[in-house]
Design a protein around this ligand. Structure first.
Ligand SMILES: C[S@@+](CC[C@H](N)C(=O)[O-])C[C@H]1O[C@@H](n2cnc3c(N)ncnc32)[C@H](O)[C@@H]1O
Length: 219
């Protein structure tokens, strides 16, 4: 008897949770439609006019841990989803789910723009021992890339650059990221040059041209 009551309560809690998630999706989607054209997931300090910034940092417009939460928007509700220098912070299996989520929330014809550190070009620079690239300095004189040697600096794109204790989880080339977009169902998937895009304001969106490739996909 007790077990049955417990089971019933668990079922009720699950239904309430799923209903609350639905209400949140509807509410956020409506709010979004009135104010922005799209979302910038893992926005960090990037402020893009017309986009709702989502990040697990408290400075974002919407604070959300995307390793654990799906996008709180209705299916087919957004025009654009942007994700720059961030999909490598998720395991490949979570990244696959996130790309599926991006597909779900985009309207037919909607655009996803992803930029991520390019294993292909960075590996080439590693093999060529490109010291000029790996030992760049920031304006304050500190090292731009993590690690004391070229090998460590290269390995940091697999294991380093921890944010809130979580280092990079995966390293992509265009083909491996494209595969996730194909599996999610995107109809057109293209590699784009830095700031080459169907999107307006692309000069405010793309960054780190010396280390990233850019993928643009249409639902
Ligand atoms: C290298 S920064 C890139 C920021 C920005 N997109 C840019 O281009 O400058 C990676 C961002 O991903 C965010 N991030 C990493 N893991 C996350 C997670 N699980 N949920 C939400 N945001 C996350 C970090 O907080 C950080 O702002």
């Amino acid at each position: 008897m007790r077990r049955r009551i417990k089971k019933g309560i668990c079922k009720l809690c699950a239904s309430i949770n799923s209903y609350l998630r639905y209400v949140r999706r509807v509410w956020l989607t409506r709010k979004l439609r009135l104010s922005v054209q799209g979302i910038n997931i893992c926005c960090g300090l990037q402020e893009l006019p017309g986009y709702l910034g989502i990040d697990f940092s408290a400075d974002a417009d919407l604070q959300l841990d995307l390793a654990k939460n799906d996008l709180p928007f209705m299916d087919n509700s957004l025009d654009v989803v942007i994700c720059i220098s961030a999909i490598n912070y998720f395991t490949r299996s979570r990244a696959r789910e996130i790309v599926k989520e991006v597909y779900r929330v985009l309207k037919p014809g909607g655009i996803a723009r992803f930029g991520v550190q390019d294993m292909d070009s960075i590996a080439r620079r590693y093999v060529e021992k490109d010291r000029e690239f790996f030992f760049q300095k920031l304006p304050d004189g500190s090292e731009r890339f993590e690690g004391p040697t070229i090998g460590d600096k290269f390995a940091a794109w697999f294991y380093g650059y921890a944010i809130k204790g979580t280092p990079c989880q995966y390293f992509y080339d265009y083909e491996s990221l494209r595969f996730l977009f194909e599996r999610a169902g995107f109809s057109i998937i293209e590699q784009k040059a830095f700031r080459e895009s169907r999107l307006e304001n692309i000069e405010k969106i793309d960054n780190r041209p010396d280390q990233m490739f850019f993928l643009e996909a249409l639902k």
